[in-house]
Ligand binder design. Sequence first.
Ligand code: 1HE
Length: 264
Amino acid sequence: MALVDYELQGDIAILRLNRPDKRNAMNDAMLADLGMAADRAAGEAKAAVICGNGTHFSAGLDLLEHSQKTVMESIDGSRSWHAVFSRIQRGKIPFVAALHGAVVGGGLELASNAHIRVADSETYFAMPEGQRGIFVGGSGSVNITRLMGVARMTDLMLTGRVLSAEEAERCAVVTYVTEPGKSFDKAMELAEKIAGNASLSNYITINGLQRIHDSGYDEGLFFESMVASLTQNTPEAIERLQAFVQKKAKRLDIPTKDRQSEDT
Ligand code: 1HE
């Protein structure tokens, strides 16, 4: 049985962590399945949703398997998490994480490598590494810290504090909170929208934005100009720009109640 279920629905790949009896704790076999599923999605989908089967998104690293590893095996393990998660974060297509239940330790590290995170209102988040006597190894010190900042990450890691979905939204760990049980539907809705964008725009957004943010001010602006001109000169961009000029483009989804009509 695959530890990550894979399904293609139209342009959207759906990756479901599939070890619900162990709360989707990530062991080496599941990580390998996740890598294969991410590669398959990159080859045939325009966007992906990652979620968890059962009552929780993920309880993080499989602590039983981890407790049997030598120092060198742990280093290898951590580097494998980095390699697989990079194929998600810096791959070809955007990933939306649909979160529910526990999003803990390595589960939050995985979610932090998606490009958008949606949680239902009962989701909770924690980094219990300190309590377990370990440190993050799945890119959390970089990627979760990028989302919430060093001060909050330090707090979570030192105190084991559990954040609610509402608190997670306030510190930008998630950008959408839904009713209980609805995070997957919302994630699919977002993935459909994303899949409708020009694929090069999506590619540059997921591969360029964070790199620009990490670079110096001047380098960032220069890189921005280069990728902007590269993007706008593709046939897909030219066609979309023409559609706008000819008033054939879809309008913005402005959230007003009295909007009369939606253009096609
Ligand atoms: C596990 C794991 C796991 C559950 N590794 N087996 N992560 C943690 O420290 C979180 C540990 N887990 C929990 O706190 C709880 O399981 C939950 C709050 C997530 C869910 O509670 P609950 O009541 O729904 O489930 P449970 O009864 O605690 O667990 C069900 C089974 O899953 C049980 O196995 P069973 O054989 O006794 O049925 C648990 O042992 C098993 N299970 N979580 C292994 N994590 C790359 S570095 C990342 C570092 C980290 O991720 S540190 C944080 C690790």
